[in-house]
Design a protein around this ligand. Structure first.
Ligand SMILES: [Zn+2]
Length: 145
């Protein structure tokens, strides 16, 4: 059975690696996205054992299900598409309006920094969770795929 320290280390490494691979392939680098992927990897590495506390060797249920990273990836994709759609709508509205205004909430929601933070966080969370399942699958109790 992998220790919590191992799950955290591998979760952080997988989150950061996936984020770096994505950023290198897109030739865009964001420190914020990398930092958020490290935090997401940390949480993803411990999340299964938080949901299903390791009180016995057969403690693995919903928290150790592969459906969780799939749902997280779907949620991340949905949020990202919504943010992108908001930005596109706002740009079109700004092009057709002469009204100059400042809406702090809208500015925050449509911020490219928030988009990078969410992308990094969910990238880390999904890969950290997947790394936890990969480590636990090598134990005698395994994972119920
Ligand atoms: Zn576990």
């Amino acid at each position: 059975m992998s220790s919590r320290k191992t799950h955290i280390s591998v979760g952080i490494a997988s989150g950061a690696s996936l984020s770096l691979a994505k950023q290198i392939s897109l030739k865009e680098f964001s420190h914020l996205e990398l930092l958020c992927s490290v935090f997401g990897g940390f949480l993803g590495g411990v999340l299964p054992d938080v949901i299903d506390p390791p009180t016995s060797p057969n403690h693995r249920a919903l928290g150790h299900s592969p459906i969780i990273p799939i749902l997280l990836a779907g949620a991340a994709l949905y949020i990202r598409l919504r943010l992108q759609n908001n930005q596109d709508t706002r740009m079109r509205a700004a092009n057709h309006s002469n009204v100059v205004g400042y809406d702090c909430w809208e500015e925050t929601v449509n911020s490219p920094y928030l988009n990078k933070a969410i992308t990094g966080f969910f990238t880390g969370l999904c890969s950290g969770h997947a790394s936890h399942l990969a480590l636990d699958s090598k134990t005698p109790a395994g994972i119920n795929w």
